[in-house]
Design a protein around this ligand. Structure first.
Ligand code: ADP
Ligand code: MG
Length: 560
């Protein structure tokens, strides 16, 4: 093909890809514009996962009639005029790319009115070009309506996940901004149902109540304000409200919602020794720095930042979080669990055998044992964590939790297929409150959970009624299990999700490390493991056992 300059429409669509990856990116850009316009009220309406409709209405300063068209030109912005302005940037936007990018991949209408104008302006764009324009009344503020997102770009549309997943990303974006701007009243409705509404009281804890629920909010503690640079504010969770995923860390730099591995690490390290293995803290942290100390222009989505002095920021966050945690009286409640082998086992790969005088070295031990497990005789328990057993060919050290997880995982999967799951009804139905993000997933997928014995039905705004749970988890923290599953949803596809349900149920119902087991219990567990189709690994892929063959033992003791 000869070299040609691309058609401007194609250029616009390619460029739009950098800013608008999915419906939630549109929501993020529109909210940022509303916040930059000084709005105290922002409402967001979503239909069809954001593909059919995204509408953001605010009561900000509005766009003057003469500038409405210009706002859709590439690199047209009212927020900076020169590169120097970036050094003192206060606004969330500055690249002048969002509106033209959105208009390149969707149909956009805007209705806006400023304080000085008697009447507002309506503008409609199709394929990036103005299709209609007229005067129309409205109070001060702006409404941007985006329809048929990616309709003309099948490649993009194909990459979108289910409506529930896209909704959950949208709910997350709105939740984050609700946390960053507690003084703004946010409302989010998805397919006609309001799933998040904040009061705009200006108090972070009120936003936390709306986003994560009252129970979490009660267990969050406030960071102490410091005058040092960077200034920090926000709240962090007590170790007991920790979560299984990292999705509960919110960072805002000069009120910009950012992804920052540096900040995440600073917080995680501050919790060192306070959380169980695999648990992550909850935190909402605002970092305030002079704009010149942070570069916000390293990515088109502006969601990553670079600090001029990373060490200072890391240290300040780490110290501030650690300080409030150690001051908390309840902290000793948490117990760090480390699962270190206390038995000085030889390395799993046998060390080369000493060469004897005649240069003979023993034959290499047989390869990894076949998948099936031989019949084992239980000899005892080590450290309340490992079962010691003897087999026809040596010693087996079995991780009781991992082994039980494997057994339960297969049991749950089989029972689900045969529709024979043991279900335990609750004495009284219980209401389950979920976050906006979790709501989006649960509403669409509670029937998948039903296949595993969770009888859950929608009850009201972000509330569900639970009537029964799998018998296995009846006495466990099944609310935690459900929430953990909902949080993991967007990371897996449908097949992976069903497996994740089985895995999570198994993990939470299995015996723990540190739990003393009676001989009969150990024998039963081993008997079940012997029957497993895949006894050597737990459902997460970790080994369930270490096998030392008689040959390896002899070699270790130098008896060749
Ligand atoms: P940027 O936010 O980077 O300036 P955008 O493409 O998002 O670029 O918006 C272009 C311009 O349109 C903004 O600079 C602003 O002047 C105006 N604008 C967009 N949305 C709003 C809104 N909700 N209220 C007032 N002005 C707006
Ligand atoms: Mg913008």
């Amino acid at each position: 093909m000869p070299i040609k300059v691309l058609d401007p429409k194609v250029v616009a669509q390619i460029a739009a890809g950098e800013v608008v990856e999915r419906p939630a990116s549109v929501v993020k850009e529109l909210i940022e514009n509303s916040l930059d316009a000084g709005s105290s009220q922002i409402s967001i309406e979503i239909m069809g996962g954001g593909v059919s409709l995204i509408r953001v209405t605010d009561n900000g300063v509005g766009i003057p009639a003469a500038e409405v068209g210009l706002a859709f030109d590439r690199y047209a912005t009212s927020k900076i005029a020169s590169l120097d302005d970036l050094e003192s940037i206060q606004s969330l936007g500055f690249r002048g790319e969002a509106l033209p990018s959105i208009a390149a991949v969707a149909q956009v209408d805007v209705l806006t009115c400023t304080a000085g104008e008697g009447v507002g302006t309506y503008l409609s764009l199709k394929e990036g070009a103005i299709a209609a324009r007229r005067s129309q009344g409205r109070s001060q503020g702006t409404t941007v309506t985006v329809r048929n997102l990616f309709r003309k770009i099948p490649a993009r549309l194909k990459f979108l996940k289910s409506v529930a997943t896209e909704n959950s990303h949208i709910a997350n974006v709105v939740s984050q901004y609700a946390l960053a701007f507690p003084e703004v009243r946010f409302s989010l409705s998805i397919d006609g149902r309001v799933i998040l509404r904040t009061a705009g009281s200006g108090r972070l804890v009120d936003s936390i109540v709306e986003v994560y629920g009252a129970e979490v909010a009660e267990n969050m503690i406030e960071l102490k304000e410091t005058t040092l640079m960077p200034r920090l504010s926000g709240m962090v969770g007590l170790p007991k409200v920790s979560r299984t995923g990292r999705g509960y860390l919110s960072f805002f730099v000069n009120r910009r919602w950012v992804n920052s591995r540096l900040l995440a690490r600073a917080v995680e390290e501050a919790y060192h020794g306070l959380l169980l293995v695999g648990k992550h803290p909850m935190a909402v942290i605002n970092t305030w720095l002079p704009p010149a100390e942070v570069d916000v222009n390293i990515h088109p989505t502006k969601s990553e930042v670079k600090f001029r002095n990373e060490n200072a920021v890391f240290g300040a966050v780490h110290r501030a979080v650690r300080q409030v945690l150690t001051e908390q009286a309840t902290v000793p409640e948490a117990r760090a669990v480390t699962k270190e082998a206390i038995f000085p086992l030889p390395p799993r790969q046998p060390v080369p055998a000493p060469v004897t005088e005649v240069g003979y070295s023993p034959p290499t031990p047989p390869p990894t044992p076949a998948l099936a497990l031989p019949v084992l005789r239980v000899m005892g328990q080590l450290d309340n964590t490992y079962i010691i057993a003897e087999g026809p060919d040596g010693l087996y050290l079995i991780d009781q939790h991992a082994a039980h997880e494997r057994v339960l995982f297969e049991k749950v999967q089989n029972q689900r297929l045969k529709k024979e799951l043991e279900v335990q009804g609750l004495l009284e139905p219980m209401t389950l409150e979920v976050s906006p993000r979790q709501d989006a997933v649960l509403r669409a997928h509670y029937t998948d959970l039903a296949e595993f014995g969770f009888s859950i039905e929608p009850f009201g705004d972000r509330t569900f009624l639970v009537r029964a749970v799998p018998a296995l988890v009846y006495n466990k923290d099944w609310v935690g299990i459900i929430k953990e599953l909902l949080d993991s949803f967007s990371e897996v596809d449908k097949g992976g999700w069903v497996e994740a349900i089985a895995r999570t149920i198994a993990c939470h119902s299995a015996v723990r490390a540190g739990q003393a087991l009676a001989d009969a219990e150990m024998r039963e567990l081993i008997r079940q493991l012997e029957q497993s189709a895949n006894p050597h690994t737990c459902p997460h892929g970790r080994p369930t056992m270490i096998h030392l063959s008689s040959g390896q033992l002899k070699k270790e003791f130098g008896r060749t």
